[in-house]
Design a protein around this ligand. Structure first.
Ligand code: ATP
Length: 293
């Protein structure tokens, strides 16, 4: 095998709670993560010439050691003393700096791909252990599906899959730094914490409206205050029939959950025609299938 092609899926957070700030500055979270069928296409080709070459369709992304895909390849190639080189091609579709783990999922795909291409024999767990050194979301992007994420994002427990539905994703034309959002989060009494345990129970019962009624993200208290488009997109989705609408991760991407595809399509067209969002997609939840074709 000389090449491998993978789909690197993005995620949304159905619920995101920050429990406390630790003395070392990290935040303890409780999140329900959901993989969505919006993906980057990542391919890796073996080359006889040593070195890691990155190519991507987005000219503003780094193609050097700052690309998380490069870091992922280097980590495994150094550890296993791989002499050959690799050419990595990333066709980006997941919005960048958007709260959808776009970079992390490319890194996760490269860990998976290098492991297979060079027959390294690492298990999923072993890849996840290495992935956390690249970023807090990387282990989840290897695991995928509907998952409760705790600790600083490294304690992952798969939960019952989100019932099938239609997820409308809309990214306003602003970029948000995850670091900025966490640094400006004030964990005082005014914060409304989402009912994460209630959401896990609703998932267990296959109760979609029980899930959507519990959607909440404490990071909206920072990002949505700075970017009023976020609330406006949420309102549009709800008005058009979404069961729930929320900002994903540290934002600014907003997603809405619809049980009716036609209503989802209608909301997509309204958002596409307006100025609130620039990237708009109607997708479904993704629940685990193999990584490569
Ligand atoms: P998260 O939800 O994990 O916080 P995010 O969606 O907020 O992620 P990313 O899209 O992962 O953010 O990108 C954050 C930054 O990482 C970008 O500014 C970009 O320059 C850099 N980056 C490095 N490699 C990649 C990659 N393969 N894809 C996207 N961004 C990358």
């Amino acid at each position: 095998m000389n090449t491998i092609q993978m789909k690197a899926f993005g995620k949304v957070n159905l619920g995101l709670d920050v429990v406390r700030r630790r003395a070392d500055g990290y935040h303890e979270v409780r999140m329900i993560m959901q993989t969505v069928q919006l993906f980057d296409k990542v391919s890796i080709e073996k080359r006889s010439k040593a070195g890691i070459r990155i190519k991507t369709n987005l000219p503003f992304l780094p193609v050097n050691a700052n690309n998380i895909a490069y870091k992922a390849a280097k980590m495994l190639m150094d550890e296993f003393g791989i002499q050959a080189g690799v050419a990595i091609d990333i066709e980006k579709h997941i919005p960048v700096a958007a709260g959808m783990a776009g970079g992390s999922t490319d890194g996760a795909a490269v860990l998976y791909g290098i492991n297979r291409l060079f027959n390294l024999g690492l298990s999923k767990r072993q890849l996840m252990e290495r992935g956390v050194k690249l970023g807090a979301d990387v282990p989840y992007c290897i695991l995928r599906g509907t998952v409760l994420s705790e600790g600083i994002g490294e304690i992952l427990t798969p939960v019952k899959a989100l019932p099938d539905c239609h997820i409308l994703i809309a990214k306003p034309p602003v970029s948000v730094s995850t670091k900025y959002v966490y640094e400006h989060l004030k964990l005082d009494d005014s914060i409304r914490h989402p009912d994460i345990d209630g959401m896990v129970a609703a998932l267990k019962n296959g109760d979609l409206s029980g899930v959507t009624s519990r959607m909440g993200n404490v990071l909206e208290s920072v990002t949505a205050v700075k970017h009023p488009e976020i609330e406006a997109i949420k309102q549009t989705m709800i008005r058009e029939g979404a069961l729930g609408a929320l900002m994903s991760g540290s934002g600014p991407t907003v997603f809405g959950i619809f049980d009716d595809k036609e209503k989802g399509k209608q909301a997509r067209e309204i958002l596409k025609q307006g100025t609130l969002a620039r990237q708009v997609y109607l997708v479904r939840p993704y629940n685990i299938r193999p990584y490569h074709k």
